[in-house]
Design a protein around this ligand. Structure first.
Ligand code: GLC
Ligand code: GLC
Length: 816
C-alpha cells in the first residue's frame, strides 16, 4: 500500500494522508542551521549541533508520537454556534496535534523544503517551510485562503516550545531548568534568551510578519494546567494571555485575528532565527539584549516577494547541486533514485553523519569517523570543496599512532573522549575518503595540507603523513594469523571480541581493554587490501616508488593471509575471537556465515582469479539473501555470546543480528560487478531501493524516498519492516554501487573511467556528468555488432577513460 507518490518533475514526494505508518520526515537547511520536519510538521531545529545548540524541544519516544513541532492552529468561532456542544472549530493544517479530520491534506517533501496544505470548512492553509541558503533561520511562508462565498473570521495561532540549548541537560536537569527560562517580547518578535545573561553568546527569535493580537511565552499558561498541545487553553478560548515566561517552560505563540472576504487570500511569514553576538555587544541596556542582528534578519524577509525570492534561490541551489550527475534510462524509478533522492540523502548524511534523525536523538554520537569518511563517497562529486574541508576536520581527530577518535562533536570538532579510539577499521576509511576526493577532483594538493593529530596544532603533519600512519596502523597491528587485530570492533560495531561485557548497562564497545593481542578481523584484512591498493596508487602518483613497492609487499602478504587463514571452504571467515577460535565458520553453531568479509574481500578482488570470490558470492546468495535484501549473518544468534558481544544481544532478525543491514548490501552489489555478474548486481540493487519498494510501504513503514539502516530479516516476525531511516552509510554506498559499479561512471586520477556493468534488460543510458569543470554528455549503448569503444568528441580513445580536460563541454559515446 502507498501513502503518497513521487512527483519527479518537482523533485518531491507527495504524502496524501497524515496517517503514515511512522512520521515521514525531511531535512531543511544546508549550512549551519537545520530542521527536522515530519509530514505533520513535527520536528525540531538546531544550529550546527543537535546536542549543544538545540533551539526547540523534541520528546523522543513520546506518546502519542511526534507531538512537538512547528505548529499552526486555526480556530473558527462561528462554528461554535452550529455545534451543539458550543465548541469552536480547531484544526491544524498539518493535522497534528489536534487531529481534526481535514477536508484535504498534503505534505510535499522537496529538496530542502516541505509544503503542507490543509483545508477545513472552506479555509485553506498552506505552510511552506524552508531554511534559506546561508541563513540561520527557518521560515514558514503561510497562505490562508477563504474558499467560500461568505466572509469568514478566523484566528491563527503559532506555537513552538523552546529547548534550553543543551538538549541533554534540557531533558534531565529539571531542578535547574525550571528556574532559568527567560524571554523578551518586542512587538511581534519573541526572543528566547535563557543563559544569555551569563555565559552564552546566542539567543533565538521567533517572529511573525504581521502585527499580533496576542502572544504567549509560558507554556503552562498557554496550555493551561494539565493542558496539552492537542487542546491548549489559549486556542480553545481564542485568547493568548500575553504571558512572559519566568522559568518553567518557555515557548512562543503568536495570535492573529484574521478576517477574510469571500475568496480572499492573505499571507503571513513566521521565522525562527539563531543569533550570535560578540561578548561586548550582547546588551544595549541592563536586561535588554542587543536585537540588531535579529532585526536585520527579520528585515530580510519582511515581504512576500523577499521570501519567495529566497525560496527560488534555494531551488536554484539544489538544481546546481544535483546537476553534477543526471541520468536518463528507460526506468523512471532508477532515474528518480539516481537523480534526486539518493543524492539528496547523501547530502543529508554528509550534514548529519549519524547525529540527528527520528531514531538518533542528536545527543548521543556526534560525527562518526568511519561514517563521515564513507559519506564522502556519496557527496564528493556534489560539493568537492566541502568534502575537502570535511577530510581535514576528520583527519585532525586522528592520533599520532594512526588510530583515531571514533566520533567527534560537530560544534567543537573535538574527538569524543567517552568512546575514544580502538575501532581498528577507522584509520583505513580515511584513505578511502581521501582517495575518493582525489579521484573526483584530481587535487593532490590536499595531501600537503598540514593537519594536527588529536587536534593539537603542534603535532601537525601533512595529510599524506596521516594516510601513511593509517596504512601503517594495520601493518603494525597484526595478530597470530597475520590478520589485522580488531580492537574494540571493526565496521560492525556490535562484533565486540575483546569486551566481554557481563553486566547490564555496560557499554558493549568500551568495556574491557581497547586492544586485544589475539582477536583478528578478516573484514579489515579485505579493507586493507582494497584501500591499501589505493594508498599504494597515491604513492606511485607522487613518485614514492620505494614506499609503493613496500606497500605492495604488505598487501600481497595480507591477501595470502586471507586465503590461508581466512577461508572457510565455501566463504570467507568473519574473524578470530580472543581465544583464536574462528567466527563465521561452518563449524560454528550460530552465525556460520557473515556478509561483511564476502563483500569486502571480493571488492578487494581477493580470490578473484582462484575461484574463492565466486564461491563466496554463491554462498551469500544461497544462505543470506531474502526477498527484501541480504541478511547480515546466518543462522541468527539465539544465545548471548560473551566473547562476541552486542551482535548476539539483538533478537534474531534485527539490526546486526541477521537483520538486512542495508549498508553492506551494496558491497555485495559491487562485488557482483567485480565478477561481471551484471544481472545479479542489479537484482541486489533493486531489492532494497526505496522507489522499488514504495508499494509495500505498509510493511516497510519508513519513508519510501530514502534508505533505512535496517530492514528486519526473515528470522524476525516483522520481516520487511525497516528502522532507522535517513542517517545510514547505505546512502553513499548504494550511490556508489549504482553510479560507479553498475552504470560505470568511475572517477579516476587522470579522468573519468567508463566501465558499465548494466543489466541485460538495459539497452544503455545517457548521462550528464560535471567532472572537474567539464560537462560530459555521455551516451552508453550496446554495440549490437558495431565497433566497440569510447569516442570523445568523435575521436576514438585508446582506453575507456575520458581524459580530464580544460574544455567546458564534451560529447562522449561508449559502445559496449
Ligand atoms: C551503524 C554505525 C556504523 C557501523 C554500523 C554497523 O550504522 O553508525 O558506524 O559501521 O552501524 O555496526
Ligand atoms: C549499536 C547499533 C549500531 C551502532 C552502535 C554504535 O550497537 O546497533 O548500529 O553502530 O550502536 O553506536
Amino acid at each position: 500500500m502507498k501513502y503518497g507518490h513521487f512527483d519527479d518533475k518537482a523533485r518531491e514526494y507527495v504524502i496524501e494522508t497524515p496517517k503514515t505508518p511512522l512520521p515521514w520526515i525531511n531535512y531543511l537547511g544546508s549550512d549551519d542551521f537545520f530542521t527536522l520536519i515530519s509530514n505533520t510538521a513535527g520536528g525540531y531545529a538546531f544550529y550546527k549541533d543537535a546536542r549543544l545548540r538545540r533551539l526547540t524541544r523534541y520528546r523522543y519516544n513520546n506518546n502519542p508520537l511526534d507531538q512537538e513541532g512547528f505548529r499552526l492552529y486555526v480556530r473558527e468561532e462561528e462554528k461554535a454556534k452550529e455545534n451543539k456542544n458550543n465548541k469552536p472549530l480547531i484544526w491544524n493544517p498539518s493535522w497534528q496535534p489536534v487531529k481534526t479530520e481535514l477536508d484535504s491534506y498534503s505534505c510535499r517533501h522537496g529538496m530542502g523544503y516541505s509544503i503542507f496544505e490543509g483545508q477545513k470548512n472552506g479555509i485553506k492553509v498552506s505552510q511552506t517551510m524552508f531554511v534559506p541558503v546561508s541563513e540561520n533561520a527557518l521560515l514558514y511562508h503561510v497562505k490562508i485562503k477563504n474558499t467560500t462565498k461568505e466572509k469568514k473570521s478566523i484566528q491563527l495561532f503559532s506555537f513552538i516550545e523552546f529547548c534550553l540549548w543543551d538538549a541533554n541537560d534540557d531533558a534531565t536537569n529539571f531542578q535547574r531548568n525550571y528556574s532559568i527560562g527567560e524571554v523578551e517580547v518586542h512587538g511581534s518578535a519573541i526572543y528566547h534568551k535563557t543563559e544569555y545573561r551569563e555565559r552564552r553568546d546566542h539567543y533565538s527569535v521567533f517572529w511573525c510578519s504581521r502585527k499580533v493580537d496576542g502572544f504567549d511565552t509560558d507554556m503552562d499558561i498557554f496550555n493551561g494546567p494539565y493542558g496539552s498541545a492537542s487542546c491548549p487553553d489559549a486556542v480553545i478560548e481564542g485568547k493568548c494571555r500575553n504571558s512572559v515566561a519566568h522559568g518553567w517552560r518557555p515557548c512562543a505563540s503568536h495570535q492573529l485575528n484574521i478576517d477574510l472576504k469571500a475568496n480572499e487570500e492573505t499571507t503571513v511569514t513566521f521565522g525562527l532565527g539563531y543569533i550570535r553576538n560578540k561578548a561586548d555587544e550582547k546588551f544595549v541596556a541592563l536586561d535588554q539584549i542587543n536585537r540588531q542582528k535579529a532585526e536585520e534578519m527579520m528585515a530580510r524577509y519582511d515581504s512576500d516577494a523577499k521570501v519567495e525570492k529566497a525560496f527560488k534561490e534555494l531551488r536554484k541551489h539544489w538544481d546546481e547541486l544535483l546537476s553534477h550527475l543526471q541520468i536518463k534510462s528507460s526506468d523512471e524509478k532508477l532515474d528518480r533514485m539516481v537523480n534526486i533522492w539518493n543524492q539528496y540523502q547523501c547530502m543529508v548524511t554528509f550534514n548529519m553523519s549519524r547525529s540527528a534523525s527520528y531514531f538518533e536523538s542528536g545527543m548521543g554520537r556526534g560525527m562518526g569517523f568511519r561514517d563521515s569518511c564513507q559519506d564522502l563517497l556519496g557527496f564528493v562529486h556534489i560539493i568537492p570543496s566541502r568534502a575537502r574541508e570535511r577530510i581535514l576536520d576528520i583527519a585532525a581527530t586522528q592520533f599520532v599512532d594512526g588510530s583515531a577518535y571514533h566520533q567527534y562533536q560537530p560544534l567543537t570538532k573535538r574527538g569524543n573522549l567517552a568512546v575514544g579510539s580502538g575501532f581498528n577499521d577507522d584509520p583505513l576509511w580515511l584513505i578511502a575518503g581521501t582517495d575518493a576526493y582525489i579521484r573526483e577532483t584530481g587535487d593532490f594538493t590536499i595531501l600537503d595540507e598540514m593537519v594536527p593529530f588529536d587536534n593539537d596544532e603542534s603535532l601537525a603533519q601533512p595529510l599524506m603523513e596521516h594516510l601513511r600512519r593509517s596504512f601503517n596502523y594495520t601493518v603494525t597491528h597484526l595478530g597470530p594469523h597475520k590478520l589485522p587485530l580488531i580492537g574494540r570492533a571493526d565496521w560492525n560495531d556490535c562484533l565486540n571480541l575483546n569486551c566481554f561485557s557481563e553486566h547490564p548497562g555496560e557499554s558493549f564497545q568500551t568495556t574491557g581493554p581497547s586492544e586485544g593481542p589475539v582477536a583478528e578481523s578478516i573484514f579489515i584484512a579485505g579493507m586493507f587490501v582494497k584501500y591499501g591498493k589505493a594508498y599504494e596508487a597515491i604513492c606511485r602518483k607522487l613518485n614514492l616508488t620505494d614506499e609503493a613497492d613496500n606497500c605492495a609487499t604488505h598487501i600481497k602478504a595480507m591477501e595470502e593471509a586471507v586465503l590461508k587463514a581466512g577461508w572457510d571452504g565455501e566463504w570467507f571467515l568473519r574473524a578470530y575471537d580472543a581465544f583464536s577460535k574462528p567466527v563465521g565458520s561452518h563449524n560454528n553453531e550460530e552465525a556460520q556465515i557473515f556478509i561483511e568479509p564476502q563483500g569486502m574481500c571480493v571488492m578487494a578482488e581477493i580470490g578473484k582469479e582462484t575461484g574463492e570470490a565466486e564461491k563466496a558470492l554463491n554462498s551469500v546468495h544461497k544462505l543470506l539473501e531474502t526477498k527484501y535484501g541480504v541478511t547480515l549473518n546466518y543462522p541468527p544468534f539465539r544465545r548471548y555470546h560473551l566473547e562476541l558481544g552486542e551482535i548476539s544481544s539483538y533478537p534474531p532478525g534485527v539490526k546486526e543480528n541477521a537483520g538486512i543491514f542495508c549498508h553492506n548490501n551494496p558491497w555485495i552489489t559491487v562485488a557482483e560487478t567485480v565478477l561481471g555478474h551484471a544481472d545479479r548486481a542489479w537484482e541486489l540493487y533493486r531489492k532494497i531501493c526505496p522507489a522499488y519498494i514504495e508499494e509495500i510501504s505498509e510493511i516497510h513503514r519508513t519513508e519510501p524516498y530514502v534508505y533505512s539502516q535496517m530492514i528486519a530479516g526473515n528470522a524476525s516476525p516483522r520481516f520487511g519492516e525497516a528502522k532507522n531511516s535517513w542517517l545510514t552509510g547505505t546512502s553513499a554506498w548504494t550511490f556508489l554501487s549504482i553510479s560507479q559499479a553498475i552504470l560505470g561512471l568511475v572517477p579516476d586520477y587522470d579522468g573519468l573511467k567508463l566501465c558499465p556493468c548494466i543489466p541485460s534488460w538495459m539497452d544503455g543510458y545517457s548521462a550528464k556528468r560535471l567532472f572537474r569543470g567539464t560537462e560530459l554528455n555521455i551516451k552508453v549503448e550496446r554495440a549490437n555488432g558495431n565497433e566497440k569503444g569510447l569516442w570523445v568528441n568523435g575521436e576514438k580513445q585508446k582506453a575507456n577513460i575520458i581524459p580530464a580536460s580544460k574544455e567546458s563541454k564534451a560529447e562522449v559515446l561508449l559502445r559496449i
